[in-house]
Design a protein around this ligand. Structure first.
Ligand code: PLP
Length: 388
């Protein structure tokens, strides 16, 4: 059996090696390392893939969020509603820009931000909502967009984990995640569903003025060469990364299908197990399985069992990860925002029980059998321990 990895980038690369190597060689031979043809092409290709008119490439997914928030002209102390159950980048940029993160609950089934919790958190200072399409499935955008419209709020979709996923509205129309709100952002970090060979990111919008503003912000606030109209930053997708992404974008739907196939194998193997809750699939969204995350249920000491399972799997050559062991509201970095005073029982409940299993495009049946066999064997031992 091939060694099991959380994400197997090597096997994936070998299948597209000729095209990727040719693209990289082309960049090197033209010595156009910044900007240039490959970046232009990728921007156009991604815009076509997502059916969104404006795509602004940038250096990483965190910058993408930062540039998005800078473009909205928010004032210090303005409130931004975001889930606590997410990767730190989502919440960190809010604080970095001197805005106030307001952490709310997620839905225990979908792991995405809960519209009822958003509604309860809206105040006269609320300016924006940042839903995260966590683990590869869309947040409930229809409700979120409705709330935003009623209260005049911006919506920035953090789409770092769900590129290619599709949301279906009640009227039957569908849009890709990241293209429904005011702005969408994504990351091309190597382990993301569309990953490059280093850092990369992008921003999407349907608003031309906003697109121009974000393009300027990402380039030192420059309107024409050496004329700087506003304070910006320096955030570029480099040409070598664009060359890789141009190849991988053509494979993205194939990659998604491979992830979904692995997820179905997991689902079937775990079906009916009293201690395993497999990922819920919302009717309104496709699931592109950035992560395959199970919730351990019906255990007296879930965190302990979960952490022991994590170790047991490691001892049996199966990597697994806890995404995320500490929610934002319990991070030291947010002490000043009264993090510990928050009462987010769903987030805390999930934090103790989630575990993510290997998920990538190259998992084969032998590996999946090995993984699921070990997860089940471990949890069955827990059951006999309790009943005896
Ligand atoms: C990966 C990720 C980011 C940050 O992307 P980087 O490219 O690493 O800066 C932001 N939000 C979420 C939800 C992510 O998973």
């Amino acid at each position: 059996m091939r060694p099991i990895q959380m994400v197997d980038l090597k096997q994936q690369y070998l299948k597209i090696k000729d095209d990727v190597d040719a693209g990289i060689k082309d960049v090197i031979e033209n010595t156009a390392f910044i900007g240039g043809k490959q970046v232009q092409e990728f921007t156009t290709n991604l815009s076509g893939y997502l059916s969104v008119p404006y795509v602004i490439p940038c250096a990483n997914g965190t910058d993408a969020l930062q540039i998005a928030m800078m473009a909205l002209d928010l004032q210090p102390g303005d409130e931004v509603i975001t889930p606590s159950f997410t990767y730190v980048a989502t919440t960190e940029v809010i604080a970095l820009l001197k805005l106030k993160p307001v952490f709310v609950e997620v839905d225990p089934k979908t792991f995405c931000i809960d519209p009822a919790a958003i509604k309860a958190a809206i105040t006269p200072r609320t300016k924006a909502i940042v839903p995260v399409h966590l683990y590869g499935q869309s947040a409930p955008m229809q409700e979120i967009l409705q709330l935003a419209k009623e209260h005049g709020l911006y919506v920035i979709e953090d789409n770092a984990q769900a590129i290619g996923a599709e949301y279906t509205f009640e009227d039957g129309t569908s849009l890709k995640t990241g293209t429904m709100g005011t702005i969408g952002t994504t990351s091309f970090f190597p382990s993301k569903n569309l990953g490059c060979f280093g850092d990369g990111g992008a921003i999407f919008t349907r608003d031309e003025a906003l697109a121009n503003r974000m393009r300027m912000i990402a380039n030192h606030g420059q309107s024409r060469r050496y004329y700087h109209d506003m304070v910006g930053c320096n955030s570029r997708l480099d040409a070598l990364q664009a060359a890789v992404l141009n190849v991988k974008l053509t494979k993205l739907d194939e990659y998604t299908a491979a992830r979904q196939k692995a997820a179905s194998f997991y689902d079937a193997a775990f079906a009916g197990h009293p201690h395993i809750r497999t990922p819920y699939k919302a009717a309104y969204s496709s699931h592109v399985f950035h992560q395959y995350t199970i919730v351990l249920e019906q255990l007296e000491n879930p965190a302990e069992v979960r952490n022991t399972l994590n170790q047991y799997l490691a001892e049996n050559q199966v990597p697994s990860m806890i995404y995320y062991p500490v929610p934002a509201h319990k991070q030291k970095m947010f002490e000043a925002f009264g993090g510990e005073a928050y009462n987010l029982p769903v987030t805390d409940w999930l934090t103790e029980r989630v575990i993510s299993l290997p998920m990538h495009t190259e998992l084969d049946e032998q590996q999946l059998k090995w993984i699921t066999g070990h997860v089940i064997e471990f949890l069955n031992k827990q059951m006999t321990r309790h009943t005896s």
